[in-house]
Design a protein around this ligand. Structure first.
Ligand code: ATP
Length: 793
């Protein structure tokens, strides 16, 4: 749908343009908001804008004058009684992407010209080259983020370590003072977090959060404004560095998907709209369909680089983000992921001074040196861990949603959002200090993998195990929990750490900062997994199979399954990042699947919950059960705003000013001006019509523009199509005509009013359509269906 402002202009008196009354277009149903007759919406009753960043107010929705479904209102109400009328009215305005290739005459001409095998081969080779470039550049960005985070965190925690050693030098706490290190710690958290939150809030709110729900929505066909811009990438990168260095409970993995997606969208288009620079390459890939595939590859390369896990990265993109895929795309995505990890390996090996390209740090969660083994009697225990993960994950999702609704309602100001992020950072530091201060957990020095073993209140040759958990990045703590030898922590330490981190991560996800949820979720799971192993071992000391690292890994898997609800990719990522034997895939997948099933019983995964809460019109994989028994005529909109095959430029101009729909059936055989009763011969998009008017592609001056007009004329303005406001008034062209035959898509998908909704949903979903025309037996238009009609009617 076009912008709201644009809509506002439609109230101008039409006589301005000297058009006779019969020519006046009537826009029967406005495109924004849920149709008034249905009054339904996603099951969540409050409007949110988490997905768009908390302060990116989506354009206020408008109730259509008549979103009608052939008057069959009463049939619909009972089916959707769960959805509230208020929520329908507050649905933000999300446009769709055009994943359907418009095979118009111009397109076919181009295809004909290049109908050689050489051209197809060349296009294919270029496509591969782009995927390889995406892998390399995404990895370079990941390396940069990684190295900066590592260096800054190292400096921060070394400084704090020294501050603690200086101020609390002896085991007797009365002679030491933790206040000074606490203040330093606060400072080192507040400064980066405030900076990152301010950047996200004031410069690019879309960068808030992990970015995965946004990328997922985009790949489903929903246009999320500003999601793949260079500015977004810059803010995201700085945002994630500052948040992780600031010590917030989050990780860089989710944001890396988003970063990869931006890189892919940028490279594949061969131009930057931000820098107004067209490199005049890759022109054939300038459409939503092609771009979507590259974005998927970019996302996969991003996760692969973040974890050092190529297959896991590819699977993560397919399982979590993609809505469409095919064999070739899987291949290309895998290649982008492998190239990304390879580049990462080279750069990090060089950075760490190795010359054999085998940087072991690619096992981000630390390599298990001895193969992890399990006995078959442990399988029920893994299932119990899975059930625990599912319950804790579902509770986490629900609590997080409530917290986010609360903050949306009570913290609407920008400065408030920055302060809130700072307060959560301070809370984390304070809780950590309190734990360090009150829990006496001293362990002998020597076999702890932490870089900064703080003595703090412990005897000489001992380190403080609580401080060791907090004095590093969350990712390093996951590593410790997986690999620290048995007996590295007290039960009380891990129990409190689990509770504190559970609450902290819940309060953190949804702040206006760039952060992912993967690492804190894995951390909480690793903590309680290890804790359960310790507790069981405490009760049954002869149970030697209770390796704490193994149970930490299963706990992490179960918790991830409970929060994210993914299975295959998570188990592969965990295997790739810890180097466990392939035989251990079985326990991992058991824990993950059990957690997912248990969690699914209560609510959806965190990414889907965020998407729902924001009322993003996502199309599900399968038709909803509510569709059963419905026919196309139950959900279509009519009357439909149509355009004649040869129509007056003025009518088109005025209609675009008045209506905000994005697609219009093209009809012929029209009696008088009753366009909506014409015979369908194609469909044309709003963006195409605006280009036609802007470039004056009128029949009257065809000889001037015809020779140089091609599909490229339309691709050149992609993706930021001008609005109708940029078209001058057509006063001098009142009688000009537009012939749409070469511009329209002549083969739009059409269905019958009596076709069942589950069936047409599958067609709509599988082909990635934006508009579906409903026609009667005489090929005359009966109605139109868009994704909003499937979701809100
Ligand atoms: P999108 O927003 O998905 O990019 P769009 O703007 O063309 O596409 P929607 O905003 O989804 O369409 O449409 C809102 C409502 O208007 C839907 O109920 C849809 O069926 C209806 N609609 C869409 N196009 C037309 C049209 N040309 N004439 C009449 N109703 C339409």
């Amino acid at each position: 749908t076009a912008t709201h402002k644009e809509m506002g202009q439609s109230s101008k008196p039409i006589q301005d343009f000297g058009v006779n009354q019969s020519e006046e277009p009537s826009c029967s149903s406005s495109g924004r908001g849920a149709p008034s007759n249905s009054g339904n919406n996603h099951l969540i009753d409050d409007d949110q804008s988490l997905l768009l960043g908390n302060n990116s107010s989506p354009i206020a929705p408008e109730i259509p004058i008549n979103g009608g479904s052939n008057g069959n209102i009463n049939n619909l109400e009972p089916i959707f009684h769960l959805r509230s009328r208020t929520a329908a009215a507050s649905t933000p305005n999300y446009e769709s992407l055009d994943y359907e290739v418009c095979e118009n005459t111009l397109f076919q001409e181009e295809e004909r010209k290049r109908l050689t095998e050489r051209f197809s081969l060349r296009k294919d080779v270029i496509r591969w080259i782009i995927f390889i470039q995406i892998g390399i550049i995404t990895a370079l960005i990941a390396c940069t983020i990684d190295i900066i985070i590592e260096e800054l965190s190292e400096r921060k925690y070394t400084f704090l370590f020294n501050a603690v050693q200086k101020n609390v030098p002896l085991s007797d706490s009365s002679t030491g003072d933790l206040v000074i290190p606490y203040l330093y710690w606060l400072l080192f958290s507040i400064l980066p977090v405030a900076f990152g939150a301010a950047m996200v809030t004031y410069i690019e709110p879309i960068t808030a959060g992990s970015g995965i729900p946004q990328v997922k929505s985009y790949l489903n066909g929903v246009k999320i404004p500003r999601i793949v811009r260079i500015k977004t990438l810059a803010v995201k990168a700085i945002g994630v560095i500052t948040s992780v260095v600031g010590g917030l409970a989050g990780g860089k993995e989710g944001p890396m998907i988003h970063a990869g997606a931006v890189v892919a969208a940028g490279i594949s288009q061969g131009k930057s709209t931000t820098f107004v620079k067209d490199f005049r390459v890759f022109k054939a890939f300038r459409d939503d369909h092609e771009k979507r595939d590259f974005v998927l590859g970019g996302g996969a390369a991003g996760v692969s680089a973040a974890f050092g896990a190529p297959i896991g990265g590819m699977l993560f993109s397919l399982e979590e983000a993609a809505s469409f895929w095919n064999q070739n795309l899987i291949w290309r995505t895998l290649v982008a992921s492998i190239i990304s990890v390879f580049t990462l390996n080279i750069v990090l090996s060089a950075y760490h001074g190795l010359n054999d390209f085998t940087f072991t740090g690619l096992f981000n969660l630390g390599k298990f040196d001895t193969p992890l083994k399990f006995d078959y009697f442990e399988l029920p225990i893994f299932m119990i861990l899975g059930v625990t993960g599912g319950l804790l994950g579902a509770a986490w999702n629900s609590l997080n949603t409530k917290i986010n609704k609360f903050r949306k309602r009570f913290i609407p100001w920008k400065i408030g959002k920055v302060i809130e992020a700072v307060v959560v950072a301070m809370l984390g530091v304070t809780l950590a200090c309190l734990m360090i201060y009150f829990i006496n957990d001293c362990r002998p020095l020597g076999n702890d993998p932490t870089n900064n073993p703080v003595q703090l209140f412990c005897e000489d040759n001992e380190y403080n195990a609580v401080a060791a958990l907090w004095f590093q990045t969350p990712e390093a703590t996951v590593r410790s929990l997986f690999h620290d030898p048995p007996g590295s922590h007290k039960i009380l330490t891990l129990a409190l750490f689990t509770v504190v981190y559970y609450v902290l991560s819940c309060a953190t996800f949804g702040l206006n900062v760039s952060l992912g949820v993967f690492i804190p979720t894995a951390l909480v799971g690793a903590a309680w997994g290890r804790l359960l192993a310790m507790l069981t071992f405490y009760m049954f000391p002869q149970a030697e199979f209770l390796h704490p690292g193994k149970y930490a890994l299963i706990g992490a898997a179960a918790n991830l399954g409970g929060v994210l609800r993914m299975t295959i990719s998570l188990s592969v990522i965990l295997m790739e990042t810890t180097g466990v034997e392939s035989s251990f895939f079985f326990p991992l997948i058991i824990a993950l699947i059990t957690a997912k099933w248990v969690g699914d019983y209560f609510n959806e995964g965190i990414y889907d919950t965020q998407i729902q809460v924001n009322h993003v019109p996502m199309l599900t994989w399968e038709p909803l059960p509510q569709y059963k028994g419905l026919k196309a005529h139950d959900i279509l909109s009519s009357p439909v705003v149509c355009i004649k095959l040869r129509d007056s430029a003025h009518y088109i101009y005025k209609m675009l000013k008045k209506c905000d729909h994005n697609g219009f059936p093209v009809v012929d055989n029209v009696h008088g001006d009753r366009r909506s009763e014409g015979r369908v011969c194609g469909i044309i998009l709003r963006s195409q019509l605006i280009v036609i008017l802007l470039k004056s592609l009128y029949v009257e001056n065809k000889r001037f523009w015809l020779p140089e007009t091609s599909i490229q004329t339309f691709r050149d303005v992609y993706p930021r199509y001008p609005s109708i406001k940029s078209v001058r008034k057509l006063d001098d062209k009142v009688n000009y005509t537009v012939d749409l035959s070469m511009f329209m898509n002549p083969s739009p998908v059409r269905v019958n009013p009596h076709d069942s909704v589950p069936r047409i949903f599958q067609i709509f979903r599988a082909l990635g359509l934006r508009h579906l025309l409903v026609i009667n037996n005489e090929n005359r238009i009966a109605g139109i269906i868009t994704r909003r009609d499937f979701i809100y009617k």
